[in-house]
Design a protein around this ligand. Structure first.
Ligand code: UDP
Length: 484
């Protein structure tokens, strides 16, 4: 009699930056490790999560949790408040679903993985007796180290992070971080999101381990520092299972932006994109447009609707944009016409992986979402780091100061407008200056590191095999974190 394949259940939070890597991990677990995988998702996921509605790879299926209402939250509630509240209110539904998997599936549930924004689910899995519970951390290890420290930070300090007199020394992080560079939901103690972040840090400790979407060349020192503290039992172990970067697809290659890139000289185009939800103010949109124009560089800009209230407004589609309206209507008068010989603006979405890997692209202005950082690394493209929200400032520090593949505009105060002169200067430096050339060279080396990490039999596969060995009841080979 054929034995049932072991079953792994993965919970994803909303947003392309979470859904896509979770899908990639599920695909690999099914294709290479003999699992069937169920991805659990919330009903209110953004439209960019469509990969979960499209045809799924063999062995992977999707279950959708029933809708829960967030109508009682104030309209200006922090994006993380919205997501963590969604996760908490969905726990009863998750319990029912997980129990049905445990009862119905001949294989039960070998392991449960929750996305980094839903670790409250670990307690539900534990209560139901799921044998292995992990967090799939879809950002970098440095930010995980900072979130794990949040309860201690809250307990031992009273002022706002940005007012801390000294940089914060984090266990598992090789460099002290300025308070202002810690994740943005920690920047205001009186915001209801603050205690939720403290709870998140505590919930992480329920995990048996962390699968982190990172790789050695990107976070070598952090992997070593984290291993030291996890070996001492302070934190669960971290497995560097990244980089998960989706492969280029032929279909996406037919997008108008790619056809436009086909006609541009090699390495000449600056790609500008702030992720699936990064949003600029009306004033910043105008300054960016003027700066791009003044720089004289070729550009491809994915334009979102502006929001004067919230830099993450596009994330859950809360810009309030009217159906049928286009964000291009919010660009300065005449900008599109004046720049049409050297620039292309596209509304809302471009196939980023294909864009970054196009021979015409030579630089990337990015909000430093972790997936964007990994995709740029894997394509060897240097960046202008322009963080907006979440852990993006920390990612920007990593890219500028550790990997040194990114330049930063001089205006660094969170939320302040980067003026057109500074936009033009940093863009010119990236595309044509000495600092840009040095960043490009390092980006090339980082690409080599990413290729080495994901080569057949390389550290990525070995790290995943190590953790999967544990799920299947074997003993972990000592290959975590992959700081080799
Ligand atoms: N993305 C894309 N086209 C866009 C904007 C985003 O393909 O126009 C993809 C991008 O390649 C990445 C993900 O959406 O895989 C965004 O994830 P990231 O972590 O960079 O940022 P987030 O959207 O979570 O802030």
């Amino acid at each position: 009699m054929a034995t049932a394949r072991p079953h792994v259940v993965l919970l994803t939070s909303p947003g392309a930056g979470h859904v896509l890597p979770v899908l990639e991990l599920a695909t690999r677990l099914a294709a290479h490790h003999g699992f069937t995988a169920t991805i659990i998702t919330y009903a209110s996921v953004s439209s960019h999560s469509s990969p979960l509605q499209a045809s799924l790879p063999p062995g992977v299926s999707v279950a959708v949790l029933p809708e829960v209402s967030l109508d009682d939250l104030p309209s200006d509630a922090h994006i993380v408040t919205r997501i963590l509240t969604l996760a908490r209110r969905s726990l009863p539904h998750l319990r029912v679903l997980l129990r049905s998997f445990l009862d119905d599936s001949p294989a039960g549930v070998s392991a449960f993985l929750t996305d980094m924004l839903c670790p409250a689910a670990l307690a539900v899995a534990a209560e139901l007796g799921v044998p292995r519970k992990y967090v799939f951390y879809t950002s970098g290890l440095m930010s995980l180290a900072s979130l794990l420290y949040t309860p201690e930070l809250a307990r031992t300090t009273a002022c706002e992070c940005r007012d801390l007199p000294d940089p914060v020394v984090l266990p598992g992080c090789p460099v002290p971080l300025k308070g202002a560079d810690l994740v943005d939901p920690l920047q205001n103690r009186s915001d209801p999101v603050y205690p939720l972040m403290v709870g998140l840090g505590l919930d992480y400790l329920l995990a048996d381990g962390f699968l982190v979407n990172t790789f050695d060349a990107m976070e070598h020192d952090t992997l070593a520092a984290f291993k030291e503290v996890s070996d001492k039992g302070l934190y669960p172990p971290a497995y560097a299972v990244g980089p998960f970067v989706r492969a280029c697809s032929e279909e996406a290659g037919k997008h108008g932006s790619i056809r436009w890139l086909d006609g541009q000289p090699e390495g000449s185009v600056l790609y500008v994109c702030f992720g699936s939800g990064g949003t600029l103010s009306t004033e910043q949109t105008a300054e960016l447009a003027a700066g791009l124009e003044a720089s004289g560089q070729r550009f491809l800009w994915v334009v979102q609707f502006p929001s004067d209230k919230d830099p993450s407004a596009g994330y859950l589609g809360t810009t309030g944009a009217d159906q049928g309206n286009s964000p291009l209507n919010y660009l300065p008068e005449g900008f599109v016409e004046r720049t049409s010989a050297t620039g292309l603006v596209v509304p809302l979405w471009a196939p980023q992986v294909e864009v970054l890997n196009h021979r015409a692209v030579g630089g990337f202005v990015s909000h430093c979402g972790w997936n964007s950082a990994l995709e740029a690394a894997a394509a060897g493209v240097p960046m202008v780091a322009w963080p907006l929200y979440a852990e993006q400032r920390m990612n920007a520090v990593l890219l500028e100061e550790r990997a040194r593949t990114a330049l930063r505009p001089r205006t660094r105060e969170a939320g302040s407008v980067v003026p057109r002169d500074e936009v033009a200067a940093v863009v010119k430096e990236l595309m044509a200056g000495e600092k840009g050339a040095a960043a490009r060279e390092r980006a090339g080396r980082l690409r080599d590191g990413a290729q080495m990490a994901s080569a057949p039999g390389g550290p990525q596969q070995r790290a995943l095999a190590a953790v999967v060995g544990v799920w299947k009841g074997g003993k972990a080979i000592d290959d975590h974190p992959a700081a080799d």
